[in-house]
Write a protein that binds this ligand. Structure first.
Ligand code: PHE
Length: 357
């Protein structure tokens, strides 16, 4: 019942309410709010019901008494009550946070703040050492005017051997060295994984017109037993230059230019006579590799002047045109450059190895 006389009144429950009694009550409740034990979620919930509950909350109840006060005192009462309610809300909020943290700690999860940047370190990929070496080699040759050609990894006998002037019973045609997909009795006409990138010489010359100045990088396959220094597949970069007046001096100049660009200008090189069916004369290029034990020569490529029979096989006039060719492995120079001592690791895709590059 609402008080109507004088400056005193009665609240809805029929108690006498004065400003002094209300402020007394605020003070008492403030102490309760201050000292309440709020360590668990259920304690926090009990606190909320006790003080801030919509129906029976003690603070809510006091708010309902304000209209029973004389108008001039309501403001003072309101301020005191708002302060009390604020304090109760703050304690409740803090208690809820603590309870939440306990829950996540107990479940072993970190609390989630969606506004924070991700903490997980992204794995950065890197370029495989073979690809790095291949790109370096390719860009050196592109820089001196070579274009890039490609050919299939599955080859036939004619492109891989016959057109390259391999004799009918050359040992390379043997099952022991070549991975045949379809062998033929005669040796001619078989299908195989190419054993070198040299068939790309043939395909390029058949497809284009003299002059040629190209490199052909790619995978090649051999029936090798797998050891720290040999594998059943590896990479080569083939080179081919055909034009009028090409000589061995051009070959040597290009190879030395390349080797200095790749290994450094101080590299020691050795040009050594050799034999390939598809070049005449032929030579191999060795690089001196310093080792703690003294160092040694390392063969990095085969090369030579394109054999006239090869030019004739692709209908190029070998009286008018000459050319040189070379073929280098990628694995060996890459291993030298990066200090890798076992070729197999290049193909194992072990992230611990790859992430070092
Ligand atoms: N094809 C040869 C090999 O695989 C390398 C080579 C290429 C030699 C071109 C001379 C000319 O060993």
């Amino acid at each position: 019942m609402r008080g109507t006389e004088g400056f005193s009144g009665a609240d809805v429950m029929g108690e006498e309410v004065t400003l002094a009694s209300l402020l007394e009550r605020v003070k008492a409740l403030a102490q309760g709010v201050e000292s309440a034990r709020l360590q668990t979620a259920s304690e926090a919930e009990a606190f909320r019901v006790r003080y801030l509950g919509q129906r029976r909350g003690l603070v809510t109840h006091l708010f309902k008494q304000i209209p029973a006060l004389p108008p001039g005192e309501r403001r003072t009462a309101g301020i005191a009550l708002n302060g009390l309610r604020q304090k109760a809300k703050e304690r409740l909020e803090a208690a809820r946070k603590v309870a939440q943290q306990q829950r996540t700690a107990a479940s072993g999860e970190a609390p989630i703040d969606l506004t924070l940047p991700g903490r997980r370190q992204r794995e950065l990929g890197s370029v495989h050492p073979l690809t790095q070496a291949l790109r370096t080699i390719t860009s050196i040759f592109e820089g001196i005017g070579f274009s890039i050609a490609e050919g299939p990894e599955i080859e036939d006998d004619w492109h891989n051997f016959t057109a390259l002037n391999f004799g009918e019973d050359h040992p390379a045609r043997d099952m022991q060295d070549t991975l045949f997909l379809e062998a033929s009795e005669s040796g001619e006409g078989g299908i195989m994984l190419r054993t070198h990138t040299s068939p790309v010489q043939i395909r390029s010359m058949l497809a284009g017109q003299v002059p040629f100045r190209l490199i052909a990088p790619g995978r090649v396959y051999r029936n090798e037993s797998i050891t720290y220094k040999s594998y059943c597949l590896f990479h080569q970069v083939e080179g081919l230059v055909v034009d009028e007046g090409i000589t061995m001096a051009d070959l040597k100049h290009i190879l030395y230019t390349f080797a200095r660009a790749f290994f450094g200008s101080g590299v020691r090189l050795r040009f050594r006579p050799s034999y390939f069916p598809f070049t005449e004369p032929s030579a191999e290029l060795d690089v001196w590799w310093d080792l703690p034990s003294g160092g040694r020569w390392m063969e990095i490529l085969g090369s030579g002047m394109v054999h006239p029979n090869v030019l004739e096989a692709v209908s190029i006039d070998s009286e008018r045109y000459t050319g040189y060719a070379f073929g280098m492995g990628i694995e060996r120079p890459a291993m030298l450059l990066y200090g890798i001592d076992d070729i197999r690791i290049l193909y194992e895709n072990d992230v611990r190895f790859l992430s070092q590059f």
